[in-house]
Design a protein around this ligand. Structure first.
Ligand code: FES
Length: 119
């Protein structure tokens, strides 16, 4: 059976930040709970107000999220403002670890973050 604890690898430029999370945790939870040194990530603590938690998912991950947990209007509006936005961009505070995720989940973190609240 699928494991309830997963490893999440955040790739930012040539750096990797690795944390553990449980099924149901958001990617932001993983950053916070593992005290990952991702500068400025998750500034609004998951309240859909900043876009500093911007992540770029791999194709398979993105497609599944798009089917089961599509971005809402607020998320899309914030992503419009995110630097380095791509067609596989999501907000990390809205993406939860799922039981059928691979044991190691990889996401890319843009090298630039912008806190929408200070724009
Ligand atoms: Fe601010 Fe996700 S943490 S929008």
């Amino acid at each position: 059976s699928a494991s309830q604890t997963k490893t999440v690898k955040f790739i930012s430029g040539n750096k990797e930040f690795i944390g553990k999370g449980k099924v149901g945790d958001t990617l932001l939870d993983v950053v916070v709970n593992n005290d990952l040194d991702l500068d400025g990530f998750g500034a609004c603590e998951g309240t859909l107000a900043c876009c500093t938690c911007h992540v770029i998912l791999n194709e398979k991950h993105f497609e599944r999220e798009d089917r089961t947990n599509p971005a809402g209007e607020e998320e899309l509006d914030l992503l419009d403002l995110a630097p380095e936005v791509s067609d596989r961009s999501r907000l990390g505070c809205q993406i939860k670890i799922m039981e059928d995720d691979p044991e190691v989940i990889e996401v890319r973190v843009p090298s630039v973050t912008k806190d929408q609240r200070s724009a």
